[in-house]
Design a protein around this ligand. Structure first.
Ligand SMILES: NC(=O)c1ccc[n+]([C@@H]2O[C@H](COP(=O)([O-])OP(=O)(O)OC[C@H]3O[C@@H](n4cnc5c(N)ncnc54)[C@H](O)[C@@H]3O)[C@@H](O)[C@H]2O)c1
Length: 254
């Protein structure tokens, strides 16, 4: 007897090789998505980890700030799995940031953060929407941040870039509604991702975040974002677009 198909829908997760992105990629694969992990590094080795667990995943090396790479990423997804249903714009500069007062941020640092965090989602959407339009359906889920909702010191370039992601979500939703494509954002609070743990950010920020602002006073982990992602990716959210959902233990109330 022929082996039955292991997936129902196809998703690309940018920055999916590690951190929050990898946890989201695994969760989607465990929920009958074929997943394309798109990352500048370790994309294929991360996909291999999912395949070893019997899941459908492939990796593609892609820098989200490159037109060529983002075009190739979508072509690869369509060629490999036959279409594209969900784009998760997760790749971003956060854990490599040096926290500093605004007047010490150089124009080059500002531009780099803007390039990855705002040009990146724009190029990915430009590449992905034609395939979604062809199907008359699609889901774009952007990873924003509650830092831009609350205001956060010493990362003005970052919070500004994530504010742009929310504006991008709202305006793009207006353009794509008639194509059956929804565009929503998830705004995580401070999350113990691989990058946060590796860079010592947790020691600097974790306790303050927990004690001063969360209703639910525990660490946030990448798995806390899975429910929101599956909701925005699935059929149950078909009439919800342009929204930003804070997933942060009850810190920001929208
Ligand atoms: N960790 C947090 O506290 C937190 C909170 C709110 C929002 N976020 C957002 O969540 C997302 C993931 O954060 P994380 O903590 O997992 O970060 P991370 O640094 O642990 O992982 C980021 C991943 O993105 C990839 N990446 C970076 N630049 C890329 C590019 N130009 N093209 C392709 N891939 C690229 C990296 O290789 C890495 O795999 C980011 O958008 C971040 O801004 C994180």
């Amino acid at each position: 007897m022929a082996e039955s198909k292991k997936y129902d829908r196809v998703a690309i997760v940018t920055g999916g090789a590690s951190g929050i992105g990898f946890v989201l990629a695994r969760a989607m694969a465990e929920n009958r998505y074929a997943v394309v992990i798109a990352d500048m590094q370790n994309a294929e080795s991360s996909a291999e980890k999912l395949r070893r667990d019997g899941l459908s995943a492939v990796g593609v090396k892609a820098d989200v700030t490159s037109v060529e790479d983002t075009t190739n990423m979508v072509e690869f997804a369509v060629k490999t799995f036959g279409g594209l249903d969900v784009l998760v714009n997760n790749a971003g500069i956060f854990t490599s940031l040096t926290l500093k007062p605004f007047d010490q941020i150089s124009p080059a640092e500002w531009m780099k953060v803007m390039e990855v965090n705002t040009l990146g989602p724009f190029l990915c959407v430009k590449a992905a929407v034609p395939s979604m339009r062809a199907r008359g359906a699609g889901r774009v889920v952007n990873i924003a941040s509650t830092s831009q909702l609350k205001g956060a010191p010493y990362m003005l370039h970052y919070t500004s870039s994530k504010g742009a992601v929310v504006a991008f979500t709202r305006s793009l939703a207006r353009e794509l509604g008639s194509d059956g494509i929804t565009v929503n954002s998830i705004a995580p609070g401070f999350t113990l991702s691989d990058g946060v743990l590796a860079t010592g950010m947790e020691e600097k920020m974790g306790d303050v975040v927990r004690r001063t602002s969360r209703s639910i006073q525990r660490d946030q982990v990448p798995a806390d974002l899975v429910g929101a992602l599956l909701f925005f990716s699935g059929h149950g959210s078909a009439f919800i677009t342009g929204q930003t959902l804070a997933v942060d233990g009850g810190s920001v109330f929208l």
